[in-house]
Design a protein around this ligand. Structure first.
Ligand code: ZN
Length: 388
């Protein structure tokens, strides 16, 4: 499909990966036509059905104002598979579309990334639940909806456009989950920054660490953004949650949308993933966790990473307090796991520590027994904080 993977070289080069443009504001979708116009007059529109109904009036208005046309992606039923991507590429070609738009949640965005293959791509997230919109990777599924493969593209989106009114109108659980995904960013980047000083340093980037696609070490910019991401969560997280509950846009909600999407997106892609996301992956072997969102599992994974690296108690307390304040999981029961016997815990730890996992980007050797211990200890800390 033309996916481009850059083999990292073992040198001291620094690298920073980001989308070309990021715009965020109230009713920003009214300006979508302007960005389409920079490519041409027609855009393939890959959209979640539900999201489309929410923004249809704004799409009509911007199309009329800028004299552009949205070509509907017939054939997109909510799954991102190789067949769907092929079909949509055919539609785009036949209609002579100048660019591709992905509008909605994860699947519409991933499909648009695969269809565009790194060229002329506009991403319009309608929820702020993960930090994926700005990245140059996507997840492919089979036609039946099972995991297929990760796809990496030669470029990040050309434009990431966020209408903050739309995010404010979405269920608050998505925003909070996005904060969980963003919570890991600083700690995973920090772990990677220490790893880089070691001889066998791994390189940042990639959802799995399977293919280290970030061809270089952390820039000062990535470190600063990751730190700002964490500080913004602590400062504005609770206020933003309340604003989203009231479905209003406030400065704190604006800040959290930026933290969840831009700061976390750039922070993870140029700062690297580590234990928190690997432990998330491990938790997915437990059926009970499947109804919980990515960021909800990443939040607990972050707590487990802090235990694994023996972070200071004060820092652990701050993270737990934050999670409890905004409503993120701090223990296994919060993820639906009522009982975890030794066998299932071992399965989680085994999956979290397979050789391809980003857990090995931690600045020390990690064994599966250490992961299992960290999960149990993190659970105990979280339960105690909740008075369980
Ligand atoms: Zn994530």
């Amino acid at each position: 499909m033309g996916f481009h993977i850059v083999k990292p070289e073992k040198n001291m080069r620094k690298a920073f990966i980001c989308p070309t443009k990021y715009v965020q504001g109230e009713d920003e979708i009214l300006n979508l036509g302007y960005f389409v116009r920079t490519f041409g007059k027609k855009a393939l529109l890959i959209a979640d059905k539900f999201a489309l109904t929410l923004v249809k009036d704004k799409l009509d208005a911007t199309a009329a104002k800028y004299g552009i046309e949205f070509i509907p992606a017939e054939g997109f039923k909510g799954e991102c598979s190789r067949n769907v991507v092929k079909t949509l590429q055919g539609i785009a070609k036949a209609a002579k579309c100048a660019c591709t738009i992905g509008l909605g949640g994860g699947k519409a965005i991933d499909t648009a990334k695969c269809v565009a293959e790194g060229e002329a791509l506009i991403i319009v997230p309608t929820i702020a639940a993960t930090d994926a919109p700005t990245s140059h990777s996507a997840v492919l599924y089979t036609d039946e909806g099972a995991f297929d493969d990760y796809a990496y593209f030669k470029q990040n989106p050309s434009v990431v456009l966020i209408d903050t009114k739309v995010i404010a109108g979405a269920p608050v659980r998505f925003l909070v989950s996005g904060m969980g995904d963003a919570l890991s960013t600083y700690f995973e980047a920090r772990a990677n920054s220490v790893s880089f000083n070691r001889v066998n340093a791994c390189l940042p980037c990639g959802y799995t660490g399977k293919t280290a696609i970030g061809p270089g070490m952390q820039t000062l910019a990535a470190k600063a953004l990751a730190k700002l991401c964490y500080e913004t969560l602590l400062e504005d997280g609770y206020k933003a949650k309340l604003a989203c509950e009231k479905k209003v846009v406030t400065p704190s909600l604006e800040n959290i949308i930026e933290a969840n999407t831009l700061l976390s997106g750039l922070g993870f892609e140029s700062g690297g993933l580590a234990a928190a996301h690997a432990i998330h992956d491990g938790l997915t072997v437990l059926e009970e966790t499947h109804k919980y969102l990515h960021g909800e599992k990443v939040a607990f994974g972050t707590l487990a990473q802090l235990v694994l690296e023996n972070a200071e108690q004060e820092e652990i307390d701050t993270v737990i307090d934050f999670c409890l304040t905004v409503g993120l999981p701090v223990c296994l029961a919060d993820l639906g796991v009522k009982e975890l016997d030794a066998k299932r815990l071992d399965e989680v730890a085994t999956k979290a520590s397979i050789p391809e996992e980003s857990i090995h980007f931690m600045p020390f050797p990690v064994t599966k027994d250490a992961v299992a211990a960290a999960i149990l200890a993190a659970d105990a800390l979280g339960r105690e904080a909740k008075g369980l």
